[in-house]
Design a protein around this ligand. Structure first.
Ligand code: B12
Length: 186
């Protein structure tokens, strides 16, 4: 009787797993259909920088990306650099989005992206930073060049509209899929 039950349990777990898989693929199809995405959603890793305790910027960015049809892992505020790197290595997101508003973003962001690019397998990961990059208001754009040189793929200032960011995400979604991790053998 006990054995029968466990056989039954296993069968029912199998059915449930199948049902879940078809459910999640239905959700994905629906997401693609509803958002007009012609490709599967991106997995976006969203994070604040280590010193920044602001959270509404992260909530806003998560909602924006989800509204575009993408899947977001939000690491929240004050995330240590090492945690961002480890989650990138473990989860292999398609895009890293760093949001910062406390004014230290140009310093913390530069240190973070140096650390990310230190990992050979994360060198090509599309990674952007945006928000209030410093404490110079509209002159924060001056930080963009340094952040790009440090390794970010794109930099967005809070004063500009979100359209360029949305365009960028669409480009990543169309042209880049998370490649299998194949490190170049020299
Ligand atoms: C609410 C608030 C707080 C709350 C935060 C509560 C919370 N849970 O988040 C509290 C009171 C805790 C707080 C604390 C501090 N704050 Co404060 N805070 C604000 C305030 C009033 C609103 C921020 C907010 O929630 N906005 C709503 C969200 C949705 O908008 P957002 O953050 O601006 O994000 C938008 C853009 O920046 C952009 N964006 C953001 N990230 C990204 C990323 C990408 C890729 C893209 C494309 C766009 C983008 O898109 C978003 C939507 O438009 C702002 C002033 C203001 N009016 O902006 C100051 C402000 C951000 N804070 C400021 C400061 C200095 C601090 C403190 C350092 C103060 C202190 N001395 O303790 C601390 C932070 C300490 C720390 N370790 O970080 C300054 C930052 C200075 C600067 N950058 O020039 C501001 C600008 C106030 C000011 N005018 O001086 N703060």
């Amino acid at each position: 009787m006990h054995q029968e039950e466990s056989h039954h349990d296993r069968a029912s777990i199998g059915h449930r797993r199948e049902a879940l898989l078809s459910f999640s693929s239905a959700i994905q199809d629906r997401a693609i259909g509803q958002t007009g995405l012609s490709r599967p959603p991106l997995h976006v890793l969203l994070t604040g920088v280590s010193s920044d305790s602001h959270t509404w910027n992260l909530v806003f960015m998560q909602l924006l990306l989800e509204h575009m049809g993408h899947r977001v892992t939000n690491l929240g505020a004050c995330t240590p650099d090492e945690e961002v790197v480890q989650v990138c290595l473990l989860q292999r997101p398609d895009l890293l989005v760093v949001s910062t508003v406390n004014g230290h973003g140009n310093i913390d962001g530069e240190r973070l992206i140096f650390r990310v690019r230190d990992e050979a397998s994360l060198r090509d990961l599309p990674a952007v930073i945006g928000g209030k990059l410093g404490i110079r208001g509209s002159r924060n754009t001056a930080f963009a060049e340094g952040l790009l040189r440090a390794g970010f793929t794109a930099v967005f200032d809070a004063d500009s509209s979100l359209a360029p960011f949305e365009e960028f995400v669409k480009r990543v979604s169309g042209e880049h899929r998370c490649a299998p991790v194949l490190e170049a053998v020299q």
